[in-house]
Every structure is written in C-alpha cells, then in structure tokens.
Ligand binder design. Structure first.
Ligand SMILES: NC(=O)c1ccc[n+]([C@@H]2O[C@H](COP(=O)([O-])OP(=O)(O)OC[C@H]3O[C@@H](n4cnc5c(N)ncnc54)[C@H](O)[C@@H]3O)[C@@H](O)[C@H]2O)c1
Length: 530
C-alpha cells in the first residue's frame, strides 16, 4: 500500500494502539515504532521502573525527546504512542502537521477489562476501581484526544478493520483543524466530492440533511456531487440567488424558514455547496438555527476552498458594512474538490489566487517560491493545470488550518490572515462591492500593504516589487495609483479589526514572515502615496 506520511496512533491504554499500529505497518509495508518500547530500550529498564525511579515528569521528558526525533524525520513510519505522549498541545500540533494522528478509544469498562491483568500501568496503580480511574483519565484528556485526524472506537471493530480504516484515512491525507472537541478535518479530494460527502454524512449520522447552494452552483451539482446527497430522504433544499449583494440577513432567514418548516431537529446537518457567499450565509444560518446545527462545507471556488470555508467565521453584510453580522461556528467537515474550480469564471478563479498569494506570504515561503517559479503563474491562470491548482489549494489550506488551530478567536496570529484586507476591504466597499471582486480588492490591498511596509522599513523594496510582479502575472490588478485610495480610506474606520483609534496593519517582512503594526488614519494616508 505505502504511506506518504507517518501515522501516529494515540489514545487510551488498552485501546489496542500497538496491535493496530503493527497491522497498519504490515499492510503499508512501513516501519513500525512503539514509542514506549523505544523509551524502554533507551533507558535500559521498563517504564514501570522508570516511573518509580524518576517520576512521571522525567518519563514525559524522555517521551517528548523520543517523539521529537520522530517528528524531525521525513521517513514515513507507523507509530504507536503512549497514552500521554500528545498531551502537550504544541507537540500535538506538530504531530498533526507532520503526520496522520488517529485516536483510538473504547468505553472505560472495556478498557478496564483489557488491562485487568496488566500491572505495568503506573497511572492505574493504587486505584481499586480501574474503570472509574480510566474514565477519569479519559475525561481529563478528551479535548486533546479529539484533536486528531480521526477518533475511532476500538471496541466496535477488529484490529484488522481498524487498520484498514486508518489506511483509508491516510490515503485521503486530511488536514486537521485542531479545536478541542470541535476539531474537524479538511479533506482535499480531487474529483471525488460526491463520494466523500456521502461518507462524511454517514459518519455524522444526521437526523435530516439540508443542502444550501446558489443558482449557478445548483446547475453543476448533478454532475459534481451526484445523487448521494440529493437522494437522501427528507432532504431540505435551499437555492439562493448568487452574488455578494445577496449576502444578507434575508438569505439567512430563507434558510432558517426552510429548516423550521421542515421541521428539523438538533441532529440535522446543513451542507453548504458553493463559493464563499454561500458558506458564509449557510454557516451563519447553521449557527442560529435551534441555537446551533452541525454543518459541512463543500467549497466550489478557489477562494472559498483556501479561505472562506475553513476556520468557522460566518457572516453576512449589513448594507455597506461587510461581514458586520456574524458568528464563529466551525463546520464539522470541509470537503474540498479542487476540480470544482474548472468551471469558475476567469475573474473568480484569479480572485481566489490572490488569497493563495496572501496565504503563502503569511505562512509558506516554499509555496511562494513555487508560485514565482518561471512559467508557474502563467500555467495556473491560463491552463489551470490540475496538479498546480491542487498543490496551491492544499498548501494554502494547511497554512490557514494551522493558524486557526493556534488562534481561533483572532487574539493574535489569526490577524495575519488579514494581510491585504484592510485597504482591500476599503477599496471593495468604495466600489460598492461590484466594481472589484473580493480577490481583486485583496490583490490591490496586498500592493498597499507592501507599499506601507516599504515606507516603514519593514518590507524590502525588492520583495515588494517581486510580489507585485507575481500578482500581475496572475492577471490580478496591481495599479494602486489608479484606485480611489484616498476616498476609500473612510471605510477603514468601519473595519472590524480596528482597535480604538488605531488601525492594525499586517506587513510583510519576508516570504512566510509578517508582523502587525498599529497606525493612525493620519499616518496611513501619506504612506499610500506613490
Ligand atoms: N468566512 C471567511 O473566513 C471568509 C474568508 C474569505 C472570504 N469570505 C467571503 O467569501 C465571499 C467571496 O467568495 P467567492 O469568491 O467564492 O464568491 P461567491 O460565492 O460569490 O462565488 C463567486 C461566483 O462564482 C459562482 N460559482 C461558485 N462556484 C462555482 C463553480 N465551481 N463554477 C462556476 N461558478 C461558480 C457563484 O455562483 C458566484 O456567482 C465574500 O463574501 C467574502 O467575504 C469569507
């Protein structure tokens, strides 16, 4: 079979991590590592004795160092981890980025039965009621264990079946958004949205499904996601008019009415198939309906694949105030089929690439270099070469998923995603949300952020020229001096990201490195002049 990345089996003692990991390794023809056995070999004594002699803290330090070695190595392995190996969030996020993490679990009584005769379990020693103790350990670790690419119940399947399930998952190579018990994956599945949507819905076991799309995307659905979703009994369907001007509370209300009329209960799942407008509206409706329904995003534009559908920000516009009414409401799954983008208009497709460039600049220097390579940008916009499109989308999602996992509520790092958006939004508003697409506005906003960065000595002038050239090669607008910048600045005051009187601007230091500076409106204007 073969695996592209390491697989880490995490979870409770007694869940069968080693047995399953061994089975996975065998099927995949990959090396198997038992982390506890590695530690015992290194220390020259059993873990029980290590615990007794050095205490838990010293054991955890050995464990962390053994794991670090594996995480620094690109060789794909199948690793059975100790139950506490991923307790540190920073290490867990590294593992999620480096490989596929699967949590194995089982009901506490079942785990207790499996470890009944085993006296080499320091965390259980001295506890009479092992099931109660195991439940206590699970409760303390549940949020961390949920931060995985999948959580599998080991009591419901044989080790062989579990191994097959783990390998099916590894073949999809999902990207994890780690948010405790609200964690989910973004599955990038070229040409296979229908099949993966059907499987995701099976796992979510909805009491009822509501499918929301817009008129344009609705015409593509039979061919792209086929019968699976449409054929489900009692499907609630809402087809919205397309376009930003319909991103309003009225659209949210239409969905809510359809859900209440159906009527759905709290077990329902709402599926958004469409661009960022559809997912922003649908996500908000899902947040509000019955105080919160689960939802799944199936983005169909590059822009919504790399940005709008990942991270749980949902919103509609209120007059000219863009995204003024919204909520954080994370989806339960995101299914990204890059081939959807083949039918996008040239203008919409290029707009999505503006967000790709932005994402590369904030967190993926190698994606930036990849885009800049000779002929690459041209091949992207002209031929939409599927491999290139796929890679650009996947890399961008990885950056966004990482940022959201570290800072869901935009208390810090998530603000980096606003690179190019402060002036971009202002220009978009100035154009009445019609003259420029969101992505075009972001391209111009990027040029503005580069110019400000150069003015403040943060951005190297050569880099500013290079990025501007890349945007132009992607057929995006870059002529900031032809834009009504001065007039547009009045909209900056409405930006949600303002703090007091200051405007927080994200500036580029280098490819993959940005910083936030606070400026007053008065300081901003002169920096934007050519
Ligand atoms: N929530 C977030 O974090 C976030 C992030 C970025 C952007 N956004 C929002 O996303 C919106 C922009 O998203 P968008 O650019 O996808 O716009 P969009 O949803 O309006 O889609 C653009 C157009 O393309 C059509 N379309 C969609 N998929 C298609 C396909 N596969 N083939 C042919 N046509 C297709 C749509 O019907 C629409 O007319 C903005 O409202 C923006 O605020 C949200």
């Amino acid at each position: 079979v073969g695996i592209a990345r390491s697989i880490y089996l995490s979870g409770m003692m007694g869940s069968g991590k080693s047995t399953v990991a061994r089975a996975v390794a065998e099927r995949a023809g990959a090396p198997f590592v038992d982390l506890d056995a590695e530690i015992e070999r290194g220390a020259g004594k059993p873990i029980r004795e290590l615990f007794a002699a050095e205490g838990e803290a010293a054991f955890r330090a050995r464990e962390a160092s053994a794991l670090s070695t594996l995480l620094a190595d690109a060789t794909p392995r199948v690793v059975a981890l100790g139950g506490g190996a991923l307790l540190h969030r920073a290490v867990r996020l590294r593992a999620l980025d480096h490989g596929i993490v699967v949590t194995l679990t089982a009901p506490a009584a079942e785990l207790a039965r499996r470890v009944a005769k085993d006296d080499g379990r320091p965390l259980l020693n001295g506890h009479g009621d092992r099931a109660a103790r195991l439940q206590e350990i699970w409760d303390a670790r549940a949020a961390g264990y949920a931060e995985a690419h999948a959580v599998l119940d080991a009591s419901r399947a044989s080790p062989d079946e579990l191994a097959a399930e783990v390998l099916r998952l590894a073949a999809i190579d999902p990207i994890a958004v780690a948010l405790g018990e609200r964690s989910y994956t973004v599955d990038v599945v070229p040409g296979a949205a229908g099949e993966h949507l059907a499987r995701a819905l099976d796992r979510l076991a909805p009491s009822r499904i509501a499918l929301v799309t817009d008129e344009t995307v609705d015409r593509l659905l039979p061919e792209r996601i086929g019968a699976p979703a449409a054929a489900r009994a009692g499907l609630v369907r809402v087809v919205l008019p397309p376009g930003e001007k319909h991103k309003t509370l009225a659209a949210v209300e239409r969905i809510l009415i359809a859900l209440v009329d159906a009527p759905v209960d709290r077990g329902a799942v709402v599926v958004a198939v469409g661009g960022g407008v559809v997912s922003d509206i649908t996500g908000l409706a899902a947040a509000l309906a019955l105080r919160g329904l689960r939802w799944v995003a199936v983005p169909t534009t590059v822009l919504s694949m790399v940005d709008a559908s990942v991270g749980g920000k949902t919103a509609v516009d209120l007059g000219a105030a863009k995204n003024a009414v919204g909520a954080f409401h994370q989806p339960s799954r995101v299914i990204v089929d890059p081939s959807f983008s083949a039918t996008e208009s040239d203008r919409a497709f290029r707009s999505g690439l503006a967000e790709v460039v932005k994402t590369a600049l904030i967190g993926d220097g190698s994606l930036y270099e990849d885009l800049r390579a000779p002929g690459r940008a041209e091949a992207l916009v002209r031929d939409r070469e599927p491999d290139l499109v796929h890679r650009a989308i996947r890399s961008s999602i990885r950056v966004k998923a990482g940022v959201v996992s570290r800072d869901e509520r935009e208390l810090g790092e998530r603000a980096h995603l606003n690179l190019g958006h402060t002036i971009g939004h202002a220009l978009e508003a100035e154009g009445g949300f019609e003259r420029l697409t969101h992505g075009e506005a972001v391209a111009l906003g990027l040029v503005a952020a580069l110019r400000i960065g150069v003015g403040l000595g943060v951005t190297p002038p050569a880099l500013a020229a290079e990025v501007t050239d890349l945007l132009a090669r992607l057929a995006l607008p870059v002529d900031l001096d032809a834009e009504p910048v001065e007039k547009a600045l009045r909209w900056v005051g409405y930006d949600k990201k303002r703090q007091g009187g200051a405007i927080r601007l994200v500036l580029v230091r280098g490819p993959g490195a940005v910083e936030v500076r606070k400026l007053s409106a008065g300081e901003l204007a002169p920096l934007l002049k050519a």
